[in-house]
Write a protein of this length. Structure first.
Length: 707
C-alpha cells in the first residue's frame, strides 16, 4: 500500500470541470511528490480540449514538471504489485474516457485505494476495478527517477486577485462596518430598556417619566431604522461596483485568453463561472454587514450578561466553542458538496447550450424524446447533488438549533431560579431572556456564515481557471512593414497538438501579393491548423512563419491579426442586423452600404433575406448556409488587409454565387495575398498555385487533373 486513505486525502484533488479529470489526477501526483504546480500550466501543456486529454498529453505535461512518467498496459495482478502511484485510463458510467488515480493495493483488505476526481476517494475490489478499467492502460510515475521540485517561492497567492479588487471598495466597506457597529450597539437598547422599565420606571408610577422613557426608546428605534437604511444603500452601491468590476476583469481575461483555453472548456462551463462571481460578493456583504455586526452583538451581549450575573454570562460564553466546533466539523463536508453541486450545474449548462442549439438536427432525426431524456437526466443529476447539499445543511442547522435550545433552557432555568431566591430582579430576567435570544441568534448567523464562505470559496476556486491562466503574449512591438508586393512564407514548419501525434511536418509554402493559392487535402489533414498557425493561435513546434522576411512571432499580436482576414467554414453570426455582422458592430448602415457598392457586393444584399437592415437570429438560424458564407466574406473584406484566408468559402453556395465569389477573388488578388482551402478541384484549378497536404507533408501540384 502506497498511501492510506488519510494520507491520500492530503494529495487528492477533485476536478473543476467534467473534462478535467486527467488534470486533477496529475495534480494529485504532483502533490504526492511535493511539487507545487499551476493548474493552468498543466491545462495548456496537456492539450486538454472539450473532450478531455489523453494519456500521452498527461505524460508530456508531467515530463515538463520533471516527473518521469511511462505508459504501460498491464493486468490487475501486476497493478497489485505496483509500488508507485499511477493514473488509470478507465470508462465512466456514461461510457466516456475517465482518468482515476490509484494510490495502491492493500494486501490485508484486498482492496485498491482509488481517487476518482469526479466523486472522491474510495476503496474497491479487483472485480469493480476490472469493470471500469477496460483498456488496462496506465501511467506509472517512477518515484526514484522523479525530481521533487518545490515551487513554493513561485507559488502565487490565490486570493491576491480578489484582495486587489476588494481594496478599491475599502472606503465603502469601512462606512458599512462603522454603521454596522452603531446598529449592533443600538440593537441592545430594547433589552436594557425593558429591564429599566420593569425595575426602575414602572415602580415609581410616574406617567411623565414613563412617557419620556418611551419617547427616548422610540427615538433610538428611529435612529436604528435610519442607520439600517443608510447601511443598506451603501451596501447596494458597493455590491454594484464590486460585481461590475469583477465581471469586467473576468470578461477582459476571457476575451484575451488563448484559443487553447477556450478549447479546454465548454461555453456553459465558462458562463457558469462568470455567474458564480455573485456568490463571492454575497459572502463579502455577509461578512461586513452581518457577521461583523453579529460578532459585536455577541461580545457586547455577553459582557452585559456578565454584568447582570456572572454564572449566566459563563454559560452563554460556553455555547460559542460548541457552535465553533460544529461549524468546523461540517465545514469540509459542505465545501465538498458545494464543489460537486457547482460542477453538476456547470455540466447541465454545457449540455443545455449544446442540445438546445442543435434543435434542427434533433427535429430532423426525430430524436426529441432521446435528447429530452438526456437533458432531463443531467438536470436531475444536478438536482440530486443540490438535494444532498441541502440535506447536509439541514443536519448542520438541526444540530446548531439543538445546541442553542440546550443553552437557552439552561440560562432561562438558572435566571428564573435567581429571581426566586432574590439574587436578581424580574426586570433583569426579562433583559437576560431578550439578550439571550440575540446572543443565540447572532451565534447561529456567525456559524451559518460558514456555508456562505464554503460556497464563495468553491465559486472562487472554479474561477481560478480563468484568473490564473496566462493571457496571450502581446509583448512584441516590432513594426509590420506593408509593401505593394508582400510575401508570406512557411519555412520547415512542424506542428503537433500537445498529447497528439505530429500533424504537420516540414511544411514549406510561399505566396505573394497578386497570387491566389489553394490548399487541397483530405479532412483532418491539418489545413485549418495551417490557418490558425498563420493567425498565431498556435506556435509551430519547429520552423518559422515569415511576412516580408520577418518572423511573425515578433510582431504585435493584435496588429498582426489585423493584417489577416479569415472566412471560416462556419461563419459565426451575432444577434443584430446583417450590416452589424459585416462591420462587427463598428460602423453605420450607410457606411456598410457604401462599402458593398464599392466592392461590387451590393448584388448579394439586394435579395429580400439579405438586406442589410434585416435582423439576424441567434447563430443566424434564419439564414441559409450559403447566405452566412456571403456575410462572412463581406465581413472579411470590410476592413482592408493584405492577407485574405478562406476556408471552404463556397461549400454551401449554389453555382451562380460560387462563380461570383471566384470572380470577386480574382478582382481582389492584385492587391492582396489570397489563400483558399478547398475540396473542389474545379475551384482549385483556377488558382495560381495548388498545394496538396497529405500525410503530414505539403507538395506542389502542377497539374490540377491529379486532384
Amino acid at each position: 500500500m502506497i498511501l492510506n486513505i488519510d494520507q491520500a486525502k492530503k494529495v487528492f484533488t477533485q476536478q473543476k470541470s467534467i473534462n478535467l479529470c486527467g488534470i486533477a489526477c496529475l495534480i494529485s501526483v504532483c502533490k504526492y511528490f511535493n511539487i507545487n504546480v499551476n493548474e493552468a500550466e498543466i491545462l495548456r501543456n496537456s492539450g486538454t480540449v472539450h473532450t478531455g486529454t489523453t494519456l500521452l498529453g498527461i505524460k508530456e505535461s508531467a515530463e515538463k514538471l520533471n516527473l518521469t512518467a511511462d505508459g504501460y498496459r498491464c493486468s490487475i495482478d501486476e497493478l497489485k504489485n505496483c509500488d508507485t502511484i499511477s493514473i488509470l485510463h478507465t470508462v465512466n458510467k456514461d461510457g466516456f474516457t475517465h482518468f482515476v488515480t490509484c494510490f495502491g493495493y492493500n494486501n490485508i483488505t484486498n482492496q485498491f485505494l482509488i481517487g476518482d476526481p469526479a466523486s472522491g476517494l474510495f476503496h474497491c475490489d479487483e472485480y469493480y476495478l476490472d469493470s471500469i478499467w477496460k483498456s488496462k492502460l496506465l501511467l506509472l510515475f517512477d518515484s526514484k527517477k522523479s525530481t521533487s521540485k518545490n515551487n513554493r517561492d513561485k507559488k502565487s497567492n490565490n486570493y491576491q486577485y480578489i484582495f486587489d479588487i476588494i481594496s478599491r471598495d475599502i472606503p465603502l466597506l469601512l462606512v458599512t462596518l462603522i454603521l454596522s457597529i452603531f446598529a449592533s450597539i443600538f440593537s441592545l437598547v430594547p433589552a436594557i430598556f425593558i429591564q429599566k422599565l420593569a425595575d426602575d420606571i414602572i415602580p415609581q408610577k410616574n406617567m411623565m417619566l414613563i412617557f419620556y422613557g418611551i419617547m427616548l426608546y422610540a427615538l433610538i428605534l428611529v435612529i436604528i431604522a435610519i442607520i439600517s437604511y443608510i447601511n443598506e444603500r451603501v451596501i447596494i452601491k458597493q455590491n454594484l461596483l464590486f460585481n461590475v468590476r469583477i465581471l469586467r476583469n473576468l470578461l477582459f481575461r476571457v476575451f484575451h485568453l488563448p484559443i487553447t483555453f477556450h478549447k479546454s472548456l465548454n461555453t456553459g462551463e465558462i458562463v457558469s463561472r462568470l455567474s458564480d462571481t455573485e456568490r463571492i460578493q454575497n459572502s463579502i456583504v455577509l461578512l461586513i454587514n452581518s457577521v461583523f455586526m453579529q460578532i459585536i452583538i455577541l461580545f457586547v451581549s455577553i459582557s452585559i450578561l456578565f454584568y447582570y450575573e456572572l454564572n449566566i454570562g459563563v454559560i452563554a460564553l460556553l455555547s460559542i466553542p460548541s457552535l465553533i466546533w460544529l461549524s468546523y466539523y461540517y465545514s469540509s463536508k459542505i465545501g465538498k458538496k458545494q464543489k460537486q453541486t457547482m460542477a453538476k450545474y456547470a455540466k447541465f449548462e454545457a449540455y443545455s447550450i449544446d442540445i438546445l442549439s442543435g434543435y434542427f438536427a434533433i427535429k430532423s432525426n426525430v430524436k426529441e424524446k432521446l435528447f429530452h431524456k438526456r437533458l432531463l437526466e443531467s438536470y436531475k443529476s444536478a438536482q440530486l447533488k443540490r438535494t444532498d447539499l441541502q440535506i447536509l445543511n439541514s443536519q448542520y442547522n438541526l444540530y446548531t438549533n439543538l445546541i442553542v435550545c440546550v443553552f437557552s433552557i439552561t440560562v432561562v432555568l438558572l435566571s428564573s431560579y435567581f429571581v426566586v431566591i432574590g439574587k436578581i430582579e424580574i426586570g433583569v430576567l426579562f433583559a437576560i431572556i431578550t439578550i439571550l435570544a440575540q446572543i443565540l441568534q447572532a451565534s447561529i448567523k456567525v456559524v451559518s456564515y460558514m456555508v456562505s464562505v464554503q460556497e464563495a470559496k468553491a465559486a472562487y476556486n472554479r474561477s481560478l481557471l480563468i484568473i490564473q491562466h496566462p493571457l496571450e503574449d502581446n509583448s512584441k512591438h516590432i513594426d509590420i512593414t506593408i509593401t505593394s508586393c508582400n510575401m508570406l512564407a512557411l519555412k520547415n514548419v512542424t506542428f503537433k497538438y500537445p498529447g497528439r501525434e505530429i500533424l504537420l511536418e516540414k511544411i514549406n509554402l510561399t505566396v505573394r501579393t497578386g497570387e491566389l493559392l489553394s490548399i487541397f487535402g483530405r479532412i483532418g489533414s491539418g489545413k485549418t491548423t495551417i490557418i490558425q498557425l498563420i493567425q498565431r493561435f498556435y506556435a509551430p513546434s519547429e520552423g518559422i512563419i515569415t511576412f516580408n522576411n520577418a518572423d511573425i512571432n515578433k510582431f504585435d499580436l493584435h496588429k498582426w491579426r489585423r493584417q489577416i482576414k479569415v472566412v471560416s467554414q462556419q461563419t459565426k453570426l451575432f444577434i443584430g442586423t446583417i450590416a452589424d455582422n459585416i462591420s462587427m458592430f463598428s460602423d453605420s448602415l450607410e457606411n456598410v452600404e457604401l462599402f458593398c457598392k464599392t466592392m461590387q457586393l451590393d448584388w448579394f444584399f439586394k435579395i429580400e433575406d439579405l438586406k442589410l437592415h434585416n435582423m439576424v437570429d441567434e447563430n443566424g438560424n434564419n439564414l441559409s448556409g450559403g447566405q452566412k458564407q456571403l456575410i462572412g466574406i463581406a465581413r472579411a473584406l470590410y476592413q482592408s488587409a493584405p492577407i485574405l484566408v478562406l476556408d471552404e468559402p463556397t461549400a454551401s453556395m449554389d453555382k451562380e454565387c460560387e462563380l461570383e465569389v471566384i470572380q470577386l477573388l480574382f478582382r481582389l488578388k492584385k492587391d492582396m495575398i489570397i489563400i483558399m482551402i478547398t475540396h473542389k478541384p474545379e475551384i482549385a484549378k483556377m488558382s495560381d498555385k495548388i498545394y496538396i497536404l497529405d500525410n503530414k507533408h505539403m507538395t506542389v501540384c502542377d497539374d490540377y487533373l491529379l486532384l
